[in-house]
Structures are given as structure tokens and as C-alpha cells.
Design a protein around this ligand. Structure first.
Ligand SMILES: [Zn+2]
Length: 95
């Protein structure tokens, strides 16, 4: 019996930006006169329970959703990131 060649597994991909790829693409949206940075969170990365500010219901772990925060340079980027909120994708869309 001929031995099977090991499958070529030499090609170990090394995505340069794995974290970003996993998290989805950050985008900027303008809503209600403010500029917001919106970061999609995948099912895999949703590991905690959050309360959605749009409907006051919880976002359970494992549910894809978005994180949004105001792109407010006056207060400083760090402060804005502390203020970020987790939203149901749907609630964010209609916000
Ligand atoms: Zn909601």
C-alpha cells in the first residue's frame, strides 16, 4: 500500500491583523449630529451579558452585536472608549 503523503500543512497563515479580522471592521457613523465609532462584535467575541441602551434588554453571550462610542476628540479618545456601549445591531440601526 502506498503511503500517503502528509498533506502540506506548511502554509501556516499568519494574518497580520488577526484581532481586527476576528472582530470585524470598525466603521464610523454619523447619527444625531454626532460621530460614532462602531465596532461589530462577533458571536465568538460576545462573551458577556450587556444591557442594550436602546431597548434596555440584555444582550446575551454569544449574540453578535455592536459596540459604539462617540468619536469625541474634545474629551479624549480614552474617555470616549470608556463610555462605549453595547447595542443590539438592530437597536443601533434604528437609534
Ligand atoms: Zn436593544
Amino acid at each position: 500500500m502506498p503511503r500517503r503523503h502528509k498533506k502540506d500543512r506548511d502554509r501556516d497563515y499568519e494574518p497580520l491583523d488577526l484581532d481586527r479580522a476576528r472582530q470585524g471592521i470598525r466603521r464610523t457613523e454619523t447619527k444625531r449630529g454626532g460621530r460614532y465609532i462602531v465596532q461589530p462584535i462577533s458571536e465568538k467575541n460576545a462573551q458577556k451579558t450587556y444591557t442594550c441602551p436602546g431597548c434596555q434588554l440584555t444582550i446575551p453571550p454569544g449574540q453578535a452585536h455592536v459596540v459604539a462610542w462617540e468619536d469625541e476628540s474634545l474629551m479624549g479618545a480614552e474617555r470616549a472608549i470608556e463610555d462605549r456601549r453595547h447595542w443590539h445591531s438592530h437597536c443601533w440601526r434604528i437609534f
